[in-house]
Design a protein around this ligand. Sequence first.
Ligand SMILES: Nc1ncnc2c1ncn2[C@@H]1O[C@H](COP(=O)(O)OP(=O)(O)O)[C@@H](O)[C@H]1O
Ligand SMILES: O=P(O)(O)OC[C@H]1O[C@](O)(COP(=O)(O)O)[C@@H](O)[C@@H]1O
Ligand SMILES: [Mg+2]
Length: 531
Amino acid sequence: MGSLCNGTDGGAVYTAVPRSRSGGAEGNGEYSKSGNGFAKLAPMEQESASKTKNVTSGFGYVLEDVPHLSDYIPDLPTYPNPLQDHPAYSVVRRYFVDVDDTVAQKIVVRKDSPRGAHFRRAGPRQRVYYESDDVRACIVTCGGLCPGLNTVIREIVCGLHHMYGVTSVVGIDGGYRGFYSRNTISLTPNTVNDIHKRGGTILGTSRGGHNTKKIVDCIQDRGINQVYIIGGDGTQKGASAIFEEIRRRGLKVAVVGIPKTIDNDIPVIDKSFGFDSAVEEAQRAINAAHVEATSTENGIGLVKLMGRYSGFIAMYATLASRDVDCCLIPESPFYLEGAGGLLEYIEKRIKENGHMVIVIAEGAGQELLSESAELQNQQDASGNKLLQDVGLWISQKIKDYFSKGKKMAINLKYIDPTYMIRAIPSNASDNVYCTLLAQSAVHGAMAGYTSFTVGPVNGRHAYIPFHRITERQNKVVITDRMWARLLLSTNQPSFFSKNGVIQASNENEPLSELLDDGFAYSSVMNNDFTC
Ligand SMILES: Nc1ncnc2c1ncn2[C@@H]1O[C@H](COP(=O)(O)OP(=O)(O)O)[C@@H](O)[C@H]1O
Ligand SMILES: O=P(O)(O)OC[C@H]1O[C@](O)(COP(=O)(O)O)[C@@H](O)[C@@H]1O
Ligand SMILES: [Mg+2]
């Protein structure tokens, strides 16, 4: 076996023991076999090797490692990283990531608590598993739009070209099905030069159409050996299936996922790209709702924001605006009628203030909407449940409530900016974030890692195994302090009392991924957030 850099040898799992830093990054791969610092675990201690590739050490340290091409292809040659000769990288050796560097998932710890899960740190390695001229890369974008898609595409193309001298990069047209039903699009630094200033994706996207066998046939036929897949939870599941088929066929093809979701529903990572841009753009709609509401007698401005199962955009847009009197998200059940209900609260607030602004996430209150069985089972091409327009429904309910017995004349304006928000180009901080994601992805593929999603964990970019991204969805945890902050800022009822429904009973629910205390990073470079 040429390299032990992944902690496995012949399917065994290794446990890390302390060793000098100079022991790595030499020879054929990053670790030399002698003094590599890993010792085989007894079979009992091995995790299921097919899914997890864990390395354990003292104090409860676990490295949840990602697969490497050398796991299933023996004797792969390695080459010096061309970045070593690049003027930008050659002067300081520490620009290269040490083979032992890992990123902790948990940063709030107590004296005796186990150190917990870690992920391999992203970044350039001293040695790579591809020669520049041999790389044939492709990029595909799948699922819904999100600000920053074009920036990620641009930076993968430019990163491959400028850092590793790779000139053969193609785009797959129109999502997964484009692999086998369309022609590819040639991508060069010239053709992608200013695409980051545009919304959407120059490659096109789609839902459905994931046929693993046909996709891998296409990859094999075209001689593609690096696949960059930009998409959300569904896309990453598809990417994982593609990797399994590639490994089954024994192909030297790195499969890399870049997480995309405007809903911020991908777990483990601090937040997804485009989220900041979306929250910023949502302010325009909330401002408009506020202007409308304050300009008429008993004005109500209602804004629907995206968030199928996770209400992050609604929560952060509400907190940022300070004009919002009520924020409704899928994670926090509410009810309309009776004491402590939404309608009673609206009436109270209008009487006190003369106007009101409500923000509602598209997935909120879906269980309250009366649906025909037919509608209930409707799905999009990817299998996602189709939602009813909760904005229209709640508008009608509010109007009915106030018109009943001529209670009060109200002026309700419903604003649905959802598609306008996700179609914008990314803002400056998302552009930087997208650049880091793309470069981390390129470094990982060049270093021979595969079957991973790249993303920031506590401010540091890391390579995360696919299954950690797809096993659950990131949701607002309404027992976190962040939701308490929101309730404090809007002064809305918690809606807990009516049915005795307190989601705090979900003690096993993982905490919000934005930060342990629910705070998002203001910038990917800043992890000094304290409060
Ligand atoms: N479980 C799955 N296995 C394989 N492919 C999937 C799976 N779920 C979704 N996909 C594919 O991933 C792509 C995007 O999925 P979708 O749910 O629409 O968006 P997103 O990736 O943003 O969640 C679609 O082409 C879909 O067919
Ligand atoms: O483009 P469509 O099919 O109308 O999708 C709308 C959905 O896409 C999203 O914007 C993002 O969903 P994905 O991340 O799964 O693509 C959701 O907020 C929304 O419910
Ligand atoms: Mg999704």
